[in-house]
Ligand binder design. Structure first.
Ligand code: S3P
Length: 198
């Protein structure tokens, strides 16, 4: 008879079995794309990035979609590329667009899809990183004020989805990727329960 190691990850009780993606969530400017690309390289995984995938699927940039078809059409594209990345059977690193977590179906999918790591940054740090709002249609007018508002609305949502948090105000993408790699390995092997931080 096969003996099970007591340290083997348990996937047979509690929440539904997770798939093994690593998901980075957080506000625009928190470094999801840069950190995610580095992390995917270190883990030897495919990397999915929402805005890039929307561009390759539609042939249109995010600002163009906002301008020509409006925010609701953009959110539908965002939902579709996220669903398709999460459905991929190859374990991947996925940078979840900042606003995608506002959709209840996407939240449900995110929760079932793997290790969710929140790259948390203070709004004033995000404003320092994104002073002009170029490429981000929501930030065309008053980037600092808008970031504060969006952050206040989204922070509880990111918090409720995250299995782990990395505070990125004082660290660059490379250090964030190191921490994310350690957290992802622990979360996916079942060693950490929710609420871990780095
Ligand atoms: C948005 C975030 C952006 C982009 C769009 C809207 C948001 O993606 O999808 O400008 O609502 O927070 P990143 O989070 O990848 O910057």
């Amino acid at each position: 008879r096969r003996r099970l190691s007591p340290l083997a990850p348990r996937r047979d009780c509690g929440t539904p079995a997770m798939s093994d993606h690593v998901l980075l969530i957080g506000m625009m400017g928190s470094g999801k794309s840069t950190t995610g690309r580095l992390l995917a390289g270190r883990l030897g995984r495919v990397f999915h990035d929402s805005d890039t995938e929307i561009l390759s699927k539609t042939g249109t940039t995010v600002p163009e979609i906002f301008r020509r078809r409006g925010e609701a059409a953009f959110r539908a594209e965002e939902r579709a590329v996220l669903a398709s990345a999460l459905a991929s059977e190859v374990p991947a690193v996925i940078a979840v667009a900042g606003g995608a977590v506002l959709d209840p179906d996407s939240r449900r999918r995110i929760r079932q899809s793997g290790a969710v790591i929140w790259l948390r940054a203070a709004p004033h740090e995000l404003a320092r990183r994104l002073p002009s709002g170029v490429g981000r249609p929501l930030l065309e007018h008053d980037p600092a004020g808008t970031l504060r508002l969006l952050d206040a609305r989204r922070r509880p949502v990111y918090c409720s989805l995250a299995n782990a948090v990395i505070d990125v105000d004082w660290i660059g993408a490379s250090v964030a990727a190191d921490r994310a790699q350690r957290l992802a390995n622990s979360l996916l092997s079942g060693a950490l329960l929710s609420g871990a931080s780095a």
